[in-house]
Design a protein around this ligand. Sequence first.
Ligand SMILES: C[S@@+](CC[C@H](N)C(=O)[O-])C[C@H]1O[C@@H](n2cnc3c(N)ncnc32)[C@H](O)[C@@H]1O
Length: 262
Amino acid sequence: MDNAEQYIKNNGMQRNDAKDIIGRYVDKMVWKTNEKVLDIGCGPGDVTSDIIFQSLKNKIKQMVGVDKSKQMIEYAIKNYENSNLNFSVLDIDNDNECTIYSNNFTKIFSFFCFQWVYKKSDALVNMYSMLKNGGEVLIHILFLVPLDEMYKHIDAEWINYLKDIKCVTTPISSEEDAKALFINAGFRIINIESIPRKYKYPDFSSLLNAMKAVDPLLSILPSHLKSRYSIHFNEKICEAGVACSTTGTLTYHSLIVHAVKD
Ligand SMILES: C[S@@+](CC[C@H](N)C(=O)[O-])C[C@H]1O[C@@H](n2cnc3c(N)ncnc32)[C@H](O)[C@@H]1O
């Protein structure tokens, strides 16, 4: 998931959901002066800049987008940085890296990232310590992850490669799991919302491009196996029941957690 150009061409669903969530939650948050906002897993920075920063720019002093991918951050800096919006490399489940932001932010957002985070409880403890008292988090988590559903159907040959991808082994399996993770990290949950969703791409090939842009398995495969895996992928994503080849519709499930550090 390091190819910023490929991701940005195919992230209609992510942009759509970020707009919807920001639109519904910003007015439910408490806004004061000198707000400092963090966006975790900002990817290439377009959602951070076009959607989050655009809707908050009159309320905040500074915004920082972070991502563990150096390539994504390089793209974000080149295309979206301005005097009130910066980007930096940071792995949210790495305690050492996060200490530089201790007690620093008043709001933390994260869209379409948390399902990929390996050590979720460590990541939440880090978010808690990066917030000032009274700070709020708004975290979007993919709950039914289309790629995870697809991986359940792929042939044994490809499953061997999955062992090298850590995030696949740490899904959140229920709303209760998510609640417990946030509460154990110290947060008080204001609202938790679980939403079954569908997104219609222009056609099936656009849907496939969007899924392949975020498929970690495709990015670690040796080059000579990629086109064969890609054909297998096209069949299995439908067999998994998450994609419709006639309408180009993707089925997934979002979990949105709004919580506060008291
Ligand atoms: C699907 S992209 C989402 C990008 C953007 N938030 C959006 O909504 O379009 C997920 C991003 O999360 C990043 N990511 C995954 N694990 C992370 C971690 N532990 N710390 C920081 N970023 C992480 C990935 O590098 C990737 O760029």
